[in-house]
Design a protein around this ligand. Sequence first.
Ligand SMILES: Nc1ncnc2c1ncn2[C@@H]1O[C@H](COP(=O)(O)OP(=O)(O)OP(=O)(O)O)[C@@H](O)[C@H]1O
Ligand SMILES: [Mg+2]
Length: 386
Amino acid sequence: MTEKVLLLGSGELGKKLTFAYQELGRQVIAVGHYADAPAMQVADGFEVADMTDSMMLDAIVKKHQPDYIVPETEEIHSECLKIYEQQGMTVTPSAKANELATNRKAMRHLAAKVLKLRTPNYLYASNLDELIFCVKRIGLPCVVKSLTSSSGKGQSLIRESTDIEVAWNAASRESPEHSRVMVEQYIPFESEITLLTITQKEGPTLFCPPIGHRQARGDYQESWQPAMIKPDQLQLAQKMAQKITWALGGAGLWGVEFFLTEDRVYFSEVGPRPHDTGLVTLAGTQNLDQFQLHAMATLGLPIPEISLEKAGASAVILTESSDTRPVYSGLDEARKVPQTDVRIFGKPLTRPYRRMGVALAYGEPEDDMEVIRDRAQEAASKVKVK
Ligand SMILES: Nc1ncnc2c1ncn2[C@@H]1O[C@H](COP(=O)(O)OP(=O)(O)OP(=O)(O)O)[C@@H](O)[C@H]1O
Ligand SMILES: [Mg+2]
């Protein structure tokens, strides 16, 4: 019988993952919290559900009896994933990895205290007075983050002490029961990278060429591959990525995030699934894109090698309007930018700053990356979403 993949999360990364599993002969049931989500449009079946609700999730798992459960979002009841794993289903890469990815405190403890990876200094605060105390100890500027959220939600930079109260309100609102927030040393990095790391069922851990990226409002704006970083820093980042993915366990592709300064490599965080900055691999930068790699690794198929084929860049296509059915224009103009491609995700509704698509640009590995990045930006800027 055809093996069945239950994809938990149906965004743009899920859509590409769906194709990747289908092209490997598997059936995909896509689950998402709203109807007509990108992955649902192409999957073999779909369910609309709140995946943080254990009863809803149980009912879906019971109905579909999947061979593989592939989380594509953090908003999943993580206790349930552990139970499914105990029942013999494969949760990719592992239930533990998904649980810790939703818990900044537990993940940081594993990285900094257990594995002794270099991370920014950090402390936790449970109320405004504690936050004031922590900011004094960490020093200004510093970053305040909620313990559970992603995509920069609830995150703020404290430049001076008058920013503390606003930061507390923003981060604690995103934390469960307004409990705790993390205060982190601000790293004035020269660059930040994602190291896509692949752990295999059998076979060595593999690394993709590093991806450079730029964020705004804590959210991804553009990325490029390969990022030119010092060979010793790359080696160090690979070692750190190997340690953390090994500790979390299982097979799959991981997005491991680092901050690089002149002489240091800081581990920031890790996601146990394809990464938004990894959309750049759709520009044909590698022999296999991040979605194919995740699908192959999670199914236990051997990956012979990862090779750099091109230099590439991606730039997000955002919208400013809200709650309307998107209408795209300028695609013809974007097509005129040489060596580029535009991918629209097919989200049913707009929302301010919502990522609706991505522009990709490519060139030869020896080409000037600035020029390739400019082409991706130019193509993205031509596309308007109303
Ligand atoms: N300590 C720091 N020093 C400097 N910049 C930081 C720091 N922490 C976060 N940032 C900036 O904010 C971005 C988002 O931070 P982080 O990855 O921790 O948030 P997140 O909410 O988990 O976001 P995502 O889920 O999109 O990765 C980082 O990629 C980086 O650009
Ligand atoms: Mg991040």
